[in-house]
Design a protein around this ligand. Sequence first.
Ligand SMILES: Cc1cc2nc3c(=O)[nH]c(=O)nc-3n(C[C@H](O)[C@H](O)[C@H](O)COP(=O)(O)OP(=O)(O)OC[C@H]3O[C@@H](n4cnc5c(N)ncnc54)[C@H](O)[C@@H]3O)c2cc1C
Ligand code: FES
Length: 261
Amino acid sequence: MQVYKELAEIIRREQVAEDIYRLTVKAPDIAAASKPGQFVMVRTGEGLDPLLRRPFSVHQVAEGGMVQILFKVIGKGTQALANMEVGRKLDVLGPIGRGFTIADDSQHFLVGGGIGIAPLFFLARRILKKSEAFSIRVLLGARTKDEIAALADDFKGMGLVVDTITEDGSLGKQGLVTDLMADLQQEKPVMIYGCGPYPMLRAVAKTCRENSWGCQVSLETMMACGLAACLGCAVLRADMKGYVHACKDGPVFDADDVAWL
Ligand SMILES: Cc1cc2nc3c(=O)[nH]c(=O)nc-3n(C[C@H](O)[C@H](O)[C@H](O)COP(=O)(O)OP(=O)(O)OC[C@H]3O[C@@H](n4cnc5c(N)ncnc54)[C@H](O)[C@@H]3O)c2cc1C
Ligand code: FES
């Protein structure tokens, strides 16, 4: 699988919520090659600071060779990205890793927690190319309304049914996204596509195992190189006999292949 390096012009910068931004960059090779669940490595500064590129899921691709990333400001790199002006060129490597596999003839549940929602838009668009909107349901959880309200509206704009839940009850029910999964009764086979913090994914995987549902999870493991060189993104295999690496073998894994510690 080819990884491209592009100097991608920033075409649009949007502030989606208090600390959440969406950047649209022109990167035609990456846009053409990307699959849902894959990611890009972005250089967030000039020179050596920050030294390491930062990984971001491909949020969406659009006509004209556009690639979008959706990110939350948590530190130096993401703050620098949030401050970047339209017209600036961004050094981007991608697409990287193994993405989601869209299941045939299934009911698709897209389960996102916090900023983990980012790759699920691209996935939803690709599922919609071969399935009807009614076969997709989006379950979103976050700490508060601010983190997901605008993103939930984006999914609704795609004609999808969206259920939301927040830890403080400010949007939807009060609780965790796995609470929304508790009521799912389906006749068709179910495939869950999850992305979010590790504890959430562990709970999602457990619910899926108990119900015999298919489950793919995108693990946002800490990454240094993103290119299978540093071995820093090791994930313990389910059989506990060795490791896979999130940047090469993932970031999307079958939940049954991971040792949930
Ligand atoms: C495959 C993958 C996809 C991701 N997709 C998104 C996304 O779409 N949107 C988004 O907001 N965030 C995403 N993240 C997390 C994002 O990479 C980190 O929030 C970001 O690197 C933090 O950089 P910083 O300089 O602001 O923070 P700092 O804390 O200063 O970062 C320091 C170092 O830690 C690493 N790091 C810190 N937090 C994380 C984290 N949660 N995951 C992985 N590495 C981290 C950074 O790469 C960097 O090397 C993704 C992570 C991975 C592995
Ligand atoms: S991040 Fe270096 S090997 Fe995966």
